[in-house]
Write a protein that binds this ligand. Structure first.
Ligand SMILES: Nc1nc2c(ncn2[C@@H]2O[C@H](COP(=O)(O)OP(=O)(O)OP(=O)(O)O)[C@@H](O)[C@H]2O)c(=O)[nH]1
Ligand SMILES: [Mg+2]
Length: 484
């Protein structure tokens, strides 16, 4: 059979294929035109999609990218929250309620920690006075809250350390509060599914947990109220319910001088724990609790993996408003993930908390500042980062001030500090110079040393610093790239 040829392009097989068949009926013609229009529409959509993707890639290429680095609990995620509060306040406001559950869980965790220490003291030293037996409870078998962990083993030695402090009243308080432990685990599982550690509130990279919690909140609002014991009724509301129920007992526990004596002799400084809210129980353990900016900054949610945040700065002129900030997990086992971002970021904000008296949670033999300096050296000397601006935040300045005020001496933890004055300016200068020296010595190419003293839970002060940091990074980005 001879192909029908196009009179304009007689040898074009493609044009021939699109020609209407000979003797086409009106119905066939309408169908063919419809099909051609549909094909053209799909083709247009694909083209538009490709163009959009291309634009996005280009936009991302031109965007400012910043990586937050530092050990666990150094303040990376808190710095990110400050970025959001300063430059995208409406987004920050929208996500406010999602933090409520995190704060409630932080509070419950502090209570659990106290219960563990009390239980431990009870098991090792016993009550101050003979007590009446409570059915189902014995000193040996009646562990209410499980074994305590951390640096709170009994300090043997002087008489004061072995003196029984707790009474029958404490044991009853302990029993009343003990359901909190299983409730906490349940709640963590519901709000943060598949947590790496059921006792630690943490968020995996890319899980979009804030939307998830917001969704749970909406589901709750749409469902009729179910009995409190129902497993499935648990959601955001459950944290509130637990705290409201146990509020008075929690306050009694935290206000009890005997409990504080036990915490002290067992070396448990609960105030040093991240996410400390025990002074605010009356305000937080209420229906309709709305977290303040300060509460959100103090909330502790461990990062596991890498979270990418795309900001469109609400306060920056067109073209420079796109920022990507990468927030990574700082625990030792998560640090291997950092390197994959090194070749794509213009700046690193490195958080080094000046908590000279504390050790790493994952390795209690390593001093936190020693660990920060070790990471700093690796970052400064990395070839991939030779063109990257590195900004040092000497963070937790408020914690440093409190530690020094309480009489802790730096030389007892950092031998090289020697007999230099034990005050905030001298200590800060000492550590800052250490960081500066390594930066100068190890950077593959000379670069400016940028640093700030920060307490990133202070939103006003941090906001002012971040405005300066943003301008500095933008200038650096523009000068080093082909954006202009
Ligand atoms: N007092 C005080 N607390 C701070 C400061 N910076 C951070 N924190 C608190 O320290 C805890 C840990 O901060 P995060 O920002 O979660 O630490 P991170 O570096 O993201 O930790 P990972 O996600 O485990 O890597 C939170 O409860 C913060 O509120 C500070 O300057 N002062
Ligand atoms: Mg984090």
């Amino acid at each position: 059979m001879k192909a029908i040829s196009n009179p304009r392009w007689p040898d074009d097989p493609f044009a021939a294929a699109l020609m209407p068949p000979p003797k086409e009926t009106e119905g066939e013609r309408v169908k063919r035109v419809q099909e051609q229009e549909e094909a053209a529409r799909i083709s247009r959509e694909i083209d538009e999609g490709l163009l959009e993707t291309k634009k996005l890639i280009e936009r991302r290429r031109k965007a400012t990218k910043v990586l937050l680095l530092g050990q666990a609990e150094s303040g990376k995620s808190t710095t990110l929250k400050n970025f959001q509060l300063s430059f995208c306040p409406s987004q920050f406001k929208q996500e406010r309620t999602a933090w409520r559950s995190v704060i409630q869980l932080n509070l419950i965790k502090s209570v659990r920690r106290i219960l563990q220490v009390i239980q431990d003291d009870w098991d090792h030293i016993g009550p101050a006075k003979p007590i009446s037996p409570i059915p189902g409870f014995s000193r040996q078998s009646g562990s209410l809250v499980g074994p305590s962990s951390g640096p709170n083993s009994p300090k043997t030695g002087d008489k004061e350390d072995r003196e029984p402090i707790l009474t029958d009243a404490h044991r009853r308080l302990l029993m009343r509060l003990s359901p909190l432990v299983s409730m906490e685990e349940n709640l963590v599982n519901k709000l943060f599914p598949h947590p790496p550690d059921p006792k630690e509130v943490s968020v995996r990279g890319g899980t979009n947990w804030k939307s998830y919690i917001a969704k749970l909140g909406k589901e709750r609002d749409q469902k009729p109220i179910r009995p409190r014991s129902s497993q499935s009724s648990a959601s955001q509301e459950e944290g509130t319910h637990i705290l409201v129920t146990f509020k008075e007992d929690i306050i009694a526990l935290w206000n009890d001088p005997a409990v504080h004596r036990v915490l002290k002799r067992r070396g448990c400084n609960i105030r040093d724990m991240s996410g400390f809210f025990l002074d605010d129980v009356r305000r937080i353990a209420v229906q309709n609790y709305e977290p303040s900016d300060q509460d959100i900054m103090k909330a502790r949610l461990k990062t596991v993996g890498v979270e990418e945040y795309h900001f469109v700065m609400e306060t920056v002129s067109e073209g420079n408003g796109d920022w990507y900030i990468y927030d990574v997990g700082g625990s030792r086992n998560l640090r291997s993930q950092w390197a994959s971002f090194f070749d794509d970021v213009q700046a690193i904000i490195f958080l080094a908390p000046l908590t000279f008296n504390l050790n790493l949670e994952e390795d209690p033999t390593i001093n936190r500042i020693e660990d920060s300096i070790m990471i700093w050296k690796a970052i400064c000397s990395n070839k991939l980062l030779e063109r990257t601006a590195i900004i040092l935040f000497l963070n937790k300045m408020d914690v440093l001030a409190t530690a020094l005020e309480s009489g802790l001496r730096v030389k007892d933890y950092v031998i090289s500090y020697g007999d230099s004055p034990n005050d905030v300016p001298s200590v800060t200068k000492y550590f800052r110079e250490k960081f500066r020296t390594y930066h100068k010595k190890l950077s593959p190419k000379p670069r400016t040393f940028f640093w700030h003293e920060t307490s990133v839970i202070d939103t006003d002060a941090t906001g002012a610093i971040l405005f300066g940091v943003r301008e500095g990074i933008l200038r650096y980005h523009l000068s080093k790239s082909d954006v202009i």
